[in-house]
Design a protein around this ligand. Structure first.
Ligand code: ATP
Ligand code: MG
Length: 397
């Protein structure tokens, strides 16, 4: 198969391939960019594979950065773009089910493509548009199949993260894993325990943010992969509920964790511990905890202005999205947002009074001062007082 028109990202990077070829080496676009281009999806990063060794690449191009030289990756800087160029390599060993014991640079494209995870990710494209498809990846792209390259059993045994990648591609692309590939995941699911939680997190998040979340979740459950993810082993009913939710794409990481922890029935404190086990970022954890406080009040229409104020706009927005996802009743989203907009203050700093002003007017520093301010803040949020310095001073006295 030969492409005659190139995505702009490829067109821009074409001179790089041509320069490597002119120096007597082979060079190809590989991996996700070739896959996404054939699917007509946007391309994020253009990866290049080459027969040239890193030292040889550095002789061809003046401006390079050693971004992963031990794995054979050099970044070429070109007119404000950076292109990762990786020497063809094979991997051997995998005694720990996650990292190869050693990486060997080779001159053969075939060897390099063989070590890749799925047939749709093992396509390469030459500068002239010719697609190299050694494992029937194009047929699988057309059939919407995720199939391991070579013997699925061996591939997941080598690197257990590939099992999570399989289910995340199911969700992102709306494809299905083949029967053999699925059986191999079922067989090796327990090896996921060997993988760093951070890496599982990345794939789980991509699964949850995909266009066909249910599709990926179905296999995640059916293969038993969930049993080897932090704190999910005993959560089958909640995961089934998650799978049954309507297909609304979730983009925000906090929104994803909010719906998960809500369906798991967690309190904010429990969610905090759960998300620590998943190695989530602190700002995400804070947003989810605040969302778990607000969400039930949105669902029962009992949130008051103080609740909206405490949550803040970002948490309100994701909580409204999740509220609408978990109920068939209509959530009056616009009304809630309008109520938030009408708050006299959005944060403490907006208050027309502070400790200094109080002290200038005869208040002594100490706990009473703090308490007074807290009461004023609450009264302004609830519209019991205007946000006006004179009025607030009078109320404070
Ligand atoms: P994305 O769109 O998320 O970037 P991708 O397929 O490009 O998807 P990357 O993680 O960027 O995924 O990896 C680039 C390529 O490297 C893949 O397409 C695949 O060929 C290969 N690859 C990545 N991770 C693995 C792995 N764990 N095992 C085997 N091959 C892998
Ligand atoms: Mg990629």
């Amino acid at each position: 198969m030969k492409l005659t028109t190139f995505a702009p990202e490829f067109a821009e990077a074409l001179p790089i391939l041509e320069q490597i070829e002119a120096a007597g080496f082979e060079a190809y676009f590989v991996g996700g960019s070739v896959r996404d281009n054939l699917l007509g999806l946007p391309i994020h990063d253009v990866d290049i594979a080459t027969s040239a060794y890193p030292a040889e690449i550095k002789q061809i191009f003046k401006r390079t950065v050693d971004t992963g030289i031990q794995h054979g990756t050099v970044m070429i800087l070109d007119h404000g773009n950076g292109y990762e160029v990786t020497t063809f390599r094979t991997e051997t060993g995998y005694q720990d089910f996650r990292r190869p014991d050693s990486v060997t640079f080779v001159r053969s494209l075939e060897e390099d493509l063989k070590r890749r995870d799925f047939t749709i990710n093992a396509l390469a494209m030459r500068a002239d548009g010719e697609i190299i498809d050694l494992f029937d990846g194009i047929a699988d792209l057309k059939a919407h199949k995720i199939r391991a390259v070579g013997v699925a059993d061996e591939r997941f045994h080598e690197d257990a993260l590939r099992m999570m990648r399989a289910v995340r591609f199911e969700s992102q692309l709306g494809f299905s894993v083949t029967e053999t590939t699925q059986a191999a995941i079922e067989k090796h699911a327990a090896l996921l325990e060997k993988i760093a939680v951070e890496r599982i997190h990345v794939e789980f998040m991509k699964l949850m943010q995909g266009i066909e979340r249910q599709n990926g979740l179905r296999t995640f459950i059916d293969t038993g992969l969930y049993r080897y993810c932090p704190d999910l082993a005993d959560q089958l009913p909640a995961l089934e509920q998650l799978t049954a939710l309507p297909t609304v794409q979730l983009h925000d990481e906090s929104a994803v964790w909010l719906v998960v922890t809500y369906l798991l029935g967690q309190t904010p404190a429990q969610a905090g511990r759960f998300l620590k086990h998943w190695k989530s970022a602190n700002d995400v954890i804070d947003a989810v905890k605040a969302g778990l406080v607000l969400l039930p009040k949105l669902l029962t229409a009992t949130a008051d202005q103080w609740d909206l104020y405490q949550a803040g706009q970002a948490v309100l927005v994701i909580s409204l999205q999740i509220a609408q996802l978990v109920t068939t009743a209509t959530i009056p989203t616009a009304d809630w947002l309008e109520r938030y907009d009408r708050l006299q203050i959005k944060q403490k700093a907006d208050l027309a009074i502070n400790g200094q002003i109080l002290m200038q007017n005869g208040f002594q520093p100490g706990p009473i001062l703090g308490k007074t301010l807290a009461i004023l803040e609450r009264k302004v949020v609830l519209d019991e007082l205007p946000n006006d310095t004179e009025a607030l001073l009078k109320a404070a006295k």
